[in-house]
Design a protein around this ligand. Structure first.
Ligand code: ZN
Length: 290
């Protein structure tokens, strides 16, 4: 099953790409609010399984929002692919490196993002959404608590992210628009090999990152088990699982996203984000010029 957010309405997407408005089609049994459905996830899945052939409108990609527009908690994992750990010149972590992206930074899969500075970097990531509350869950039971997968970009302003004697990642990764998500939330049963998916991103035509989720050092099962050992994971929460190598900050010379760029991020069997970038009001070099 695939669900999308069309103009802040929850929509079921059929294999042809057509949409069914869930609030209307269920006569109000399920809320039209895309975030609300995760509180009724099991019931919703059962209902959705019986809706085949009912999709009745064409979805305009320009209207897509994030499938999880307002999670209560956003977990994000740093340094979770060995090749990214080496390019970052860090030691291999023996437990997940966890930070947050504050939910106000979430945006849609095709959104235009304003650059606050010339130091904004790309990080394509598999994002997992929680469908059932998970507290102290074993690795074996982890997938029972997953609603589905999305493509995500963990956009990162590296100066703010790495400032100070004990860098705190979260603010530098939480400017408005710094978490494009989507294009759909895809349930795990739709995906033939959920633990081994190609993911990558490109700037224009140039490939910047290309990896496979089988190379996650802490995979989805381990992350759910380890995070839920401490925090209850709530329906609709999301986990950014980490990025493979190829980020701009680790290059020599360093590279960042310029105004006018188009960043395309993909995950096999899940979909593609397409985000373009403009200079924001405080963008360095944008003042005083012609
Ligand atoms: Zn990341």
């Amino acid at each position: 099953m695939r669900i999308v957010n069309v103009g802040q309405r929850l929509v079921l997407q059929d294999p042809s790409g057509a949409g069914l408005d869930v609030g209307k089609a269920s006569d109000g049994r399920f809320s039209g609010d895309p975030q609300g459905v995760f509180g009724q996830w099991d019931e919703f899945r059962e209902w959705a399984a019986g809706q085949e052939g009912r999709a009745d409108f064409a979805i305009d990609p320009a209207d897509l929002g994030a499938p999880t527009p307002a999670p209560r908690q956003v977990f994000a994992i740093g340094l979770n692919y060995a090749d990214h750990v080496s390019e970052s010149k860090m030691g291999r972590p023996d437990s997940p490196t966890v930070f947050t992206k504050f939910p106000s930074c979430i945006t849609g899969p095709n959104a235009t993002v304003e650059l606050p500075s010339g130091a904004v970097d790309w990080e394509v990531e598999l994002v997992v959404a929680i469908g059932r509350q998970a507290y102290r869950v074993s690795e074996d039971a982890a997938y029972d608590h997953v609603a589905g997968f999305m493509v995500g970009q963990d956009l990162s302003e590296r100066v703010i992210q790495l400032a100070g004697p004990v860098p705190q990642f979260s603010l530098g990764k939480s400017y408005p628009g710094f978490a494009p998500l989507g294009p759909a939330l895809v349930t795990v049963d739709e995906i033939a090999h959920p633990d081994d998916l190609e993911l990558g991103c490109r700037l224009g035509e140039e490939v910047l990152q290309l990896g496979r989720t089988r190379d996650l050092m802490f995979n989805v099962r381990e992350l759910i088990s380890k995070l839920s050992a401490i925090c209850p994971l709530l329906p609709g929460d999301i986990i950014f699982t980490g990025t493979p190598s190829g980020v701009g900050n680790a290059r020599d010379p360093k590279r960042f996203i310029p105004p006018g760029a188009v960043l395309t991020s993909h995950i096999e069997s899940v979909g593609e984000l397409r985000n373009d970038f403009v200079a924001g009001p405080g963008y360095e070099g944008s003042e005083g010029g012609d």
